[in-house]
Design a protein around this ligand. Structure first.
Ligand code: HEM
Ligand code: HEM
Length: 132
């Protein structure tokens, strides 16, 4: 087994840690009044980068499986499908973040984010099951 096959799981773990950090900035801004605006501004600044990294991580996992993991069926894992769910949830977060003036969509935004965080936890679980 090529050691490069470990790159995606380690990089994927780092991307998910970043996702939890970015989500926690926004959630913490709700429970404390002091510094809330700064936390939310940092969340808004970092979140698009996190979204891009998750998209790159998804493509990277597929590429790594195709290139290095001939023992796995390409596109056959639950891990891949949860990755699709993660991308869909973050796309919802991104779209709602662009229309924050609409109160309903503003309320919906964190739920897309929380769904993404739950799917991220499941992604670690199912990723470890196919780790070499
Ligand atoms: C701790 C986090 C993660 C672990 C342990 C992990 C583990 C793995 C492993 C072992 C593979 C097989 C390829 C290889 O060995 O390099 C894989 C494939 C894959 N990963 Fe991850 N991964 C993680 C995070 C992510 C993230 C954040 C995404 C993006 C949403 C992602 C998307 C994919 C996809 C799409 C595949 C292809 C699967 C297939 O073709 O069936 N992974 N992952
Ligand atoms: C990790 C998951 C995420 C969680 C848990 C989350 C949560 C939140 C929460 C609780 C708020 C405050 C809403 C309010 O004030 O009513 C917020 C605001 C915001 N979020 Fe997220 N979000 C996530 C992902 C994202 C993503 C992917 C983007 C964009 C790509 C994004 C961009 C924004 C923006 C621009 C705001 C408004 C900031 C402001 O008004 O200053 N978030 N988010």
């Amino acid at each position: 087994m090529n050691n490069l096959a470990y790159f995606h799981p380690v990089a994927g773990g780092a991307v998910l840690a970043f996702l939890f950090y970015v989500g926690s900035l926004a959630l913490r801004s709700r429970s404390r009044r002091r510094g809330a605006a700064a936390l939310l501004a940092q969340h808004a600044r970092l979140a698009p980068w996190m979204f891009v990294l998750v998209l790159v991580g998804w493509a990277g996992g597929l590429f790594s499986t195709w290139w290095l993991r001939h023992d796995l069926e390409l596109g056959g894992s639950t891990h891949l499908r949860i990755g699709v769910g993660l991308v869909v949830a973050l796309t919802g977060g991104w779209l709602t973040s662009r229309v924050m003036r609409n109160p309903t969509l503003r309320t919906a935004h964190p739920w897309f984010g929380i769904a993404a965080m739950l799917l991220g936890a499941a992604q670690v679980f199912f990723g470890l099951q196919i780790t070499p």
